[in-house]
Design a protein around this ligand. Structure first.
Ligand SMILES: [Zn+2]
Length: 121
C-alpha cells in the first residue's frame, strides 16, 4: 500500500512540474530544499525555542537523545513543508533518471534490514 502511495506521488510530481525539468536545475533546487529543511529545524531551536539540541560524543544508538522537547504546531508545519519540497525534488530527480521512488525506498529498507546498526549511518 505504501508503495502505491509513493508511485502515485511520483506520478503526481511528474504531472505538476512545469519548470526545472533540467537535471541541473532539479539538483540545485534539491540542495536548496535540503538547506531549508536544516534551517527550519535550527529556527525551531533558535527562534521559537520549542526544541533544544544538545551535542554529545558517541550518543547512544537508540532514540534521539540529543533532542529535548517537541516541535510546536507552527514549527512542525514548517519542517513538514520544507521536507515536502525536498521530497518533491528528490522525486523529480528520480523521474528524470527513470528510477522508481518506491524501489529506492524498498532497496534502502532492505539495506537497513541487512546491515542494521552496522550501516554506520
Ligand atoms: Zn516551535
Amino acid at each position: 500500500m505504501e508503495s502505491d502511495l509513493l508511485t502515485e506521488y511520483q506520478k503526481r510530481v511528474s504531472e505538476v512540474i512545469a519548470r526545472n525539468r533540467s537535471v541541473l536545475d532539479i539538483i540545485s533546487k534539491q540542495q536548496c530544499a535540503n538547506a531549508r529543511v536544516a534551517r527550519s529545524v535550527v529556527k525551531a531551536v533558535t527562534s521559537c525555542g520549542c526544541i533544544k539540541i544538545y551535542g554529545h560524543k558517541n550518543p547512544p544508538r537508540t532514540g534521539t537523545v540529543q533532542l529535548e522537547g517537541e516541535l510546536c504546531v507552527d514549527c512542525e508545519n514548517t519542517v513538514k513543508t520544507e521536507m515536502g519540497e525536498l521530497l518533491f525534488y528528490l522525486t523529480s530527480l528520480c523521474n528524470a533518471l527513470g528510477i522508481s521512488l518506491a524501489e529506492v525506498v524498498r532497496q534502502d529498507m532492505n539495506r537497513c534490514d541487512m546491515l542494521g546498526c552496522y550501516s554506520l549511518r
